[in-house]
Design a protein around this ligand. Structure first.
Ligand code: SF4
Length: 450
């Protein structure tokens, strides 16, 4: 009988996609998916270090296996950003770990497992391989509708608060031919929406063709079978006129832009080494709104960065009011290993004040979202249905082009289809409505299975 594996994933879309690729590699190596992590013969913990105390969370997670008898323990592999950052220290602290694989060595996982079993010794590989990548088409995509496709790995920007350049390495562009082959394969597998991924995805320049990010969007637009294109995350300073026009003109490109600003204060942005100012950012938002009618915008925001004064924070609130984002990921600043902020800037905003600022910002953002969503009541929106509700039987959900979640009564035949929904109710985080008559499933007994 085949040995079984489970992958536990923490963190961003990049990590989710890495886990899909690790799953594919393990199946090629003869492993089958386990029913649960507790029963697996091999447990892979794919870690993220963007959030606070990531290493502590990893060790707490591994602790559940420590008391098991050795013959009842799974083989344990730790991959991803914490693996890259901590390396052999993970094995020193948690001897139940058999394999540690950094972010640029992920494709070495099967060989490292084999070596650990053969020698009985833990294997640690955090080498920044340039030429070791996943075989094309290896990803076992967990989502029936969305397909993540990597365009760029790593980042050269070294924002003062961010660990990514240290954990994921320097920026590496993927050949255009590979990206297009993967998008086509995803379409053939039935995926309708492609998410192009990169730490600064709009910095894309093809190494094998004369093609920038706008050109990439044009090429993906031409792939048959794909209905929608999304991308994450662009950087404000790399938004070009060509890119804005591509979003405006290409019908498959969703009219949603996640444009991380991080602070509303130019002074704080300079300390963060973001290389954009409040003023330039707001001009850019005006330009995008003038070109792409109805575009929705979202962002990332950090409060309590070292040296952030009450006046700086007011600027963040003012910018939030001015832009009226459809969505925001907001965090309290906390130190990350190796970063410039940690090395050079005392973490001087007291914790209760950071918490207060976050509460104020989130309350403002919730009010804005509620207002934007209220304005959608009685309108009909097109969604790509992508999930069954976890809370209510018979309820399904999809996203508008602008990335708003809309819930509606339906059945499993809705998944993967573009449907028109009339909005009846709005909350700050999602909408509720009913399918337009043409898209309603037939009555029970009509041959559809929920
Ligand atoms: S652009 Fe800045 S925040 Fe984004 S991944 Fe690079 S260093 Fe981190």
């Amino acid at each position: 009988m085949a040995r079984t594996y489970a992958v536990e994933t923490f963190g961003c879309q990049m990590n989710v996609h890495d886990s899909e690729r690790l799953g594919g590699l393990l199946q090629q190596a003869g492993y089958a998916p386990a029913g649960s992590a507790e029963d697996a013969d091999l447990l892979v913990v794919n870690t993220c270090s963007v959030r606070e105390r990531a290493a502590e969370k990893l060790f707490a997670r591994l602790d559940r296996f420590r008391r098991r008898a050795p013959e009842e323990r799974p083989l344990v592999a730790v991959t991803g950003c914490v693996a890259q950052q901590e390396g052999a220290r993970i094995v020193d602290r948690a001897p139940i770990v058999d394999v540690v694989i950094g972010t640029q060595a992920l494709a070495m996982l099967p060989q490292a497992i084999e070596e650990a079993e053969r020698t009985g010794r833990p294997q640690v590989d955090t080498n920044p391989y340039d030429n070791v990548s996943f075989p094309l088409g290896v990803a076992l995509r967990g989502d029936p509708v969305k397909a993540f496709v990597t365009a760029i790995e790593g980042c050269n920007d070294f924002c003062a608060f961010c660990v990514v350049p240290y954990t994921r390495g320097r920026e590496r562009m993927r050949p255009l031919s590979e990206i297009l082959a993967e998008v086509s394969a995803a379409a053939d597998e039935g995926h309708r929406e492609v998410h192009l991924l990169g730490q600064i995805v709009n910095h894309y320049r093809a190494p094998d063709a004369d093609c920038d990010f706008a050109g990439l969007l044009e090429r993906v637009q031409n792939v048959e079978g794909i209905d929608r294109i999304r991308f994450a995350s662009p950087h404000p300073r790399h938004v070009t006129r060509r890119m804005i026009e591509a979003i405006r003109d290409l019908p498959k490109v969703c009219k949603h832009l996640h444009l991380p600003v991080q602070s509303g204060s130019t002074r704080v942005l300079a300390r963060m080494r973001r290389r954009h100012t409040r003023e330039r950012y707001l001009e850019l938002i005006d330009e995008i709104r003038a070109q792409v009618s109805g575009v929705s915008l979202s962002t990332d925001m950090i409060v309590g960065f070292p040296g952030e004064t009450a006046a700086d924070f007011e600027q963040t609130l003012g910018l939030t009011e001015a832009v009226r984002y459809h969505g925001m990921f907001s965090f309290k600043y906390s130190e990350r290993p190796n970063t410039l902020a940690r090395a050079r800037m005392p973490d001087d905003v007291p914790e209760p004040e950071k918490a207060r600022r976050l509460t104020v910002l989130q309350a403002l953002q919730q009010r804005i979202q509620q207002e934007l969503h209220d304005a959608m009541i009685e309108r009909t929106v097109t969604v790509l249905a992508d999930a069954r509700s976890r809370r209510r039987a018979g309820e399904y959900a999809g996203r508008t082009s602008g990335n708003t979640v809309v819930n509606f009564p339906g059945d499993s035949t809705c998944i993967g289809r573009l449907l028109d929904v009339r909005v009846e109710r709005a909350g700050p985080n999602s909408l509720w409505g009913t399918l337009s008559p043409a898209d309603e499933p037939p009555p029970a007994g009509g041959g559809r299975v929920d």
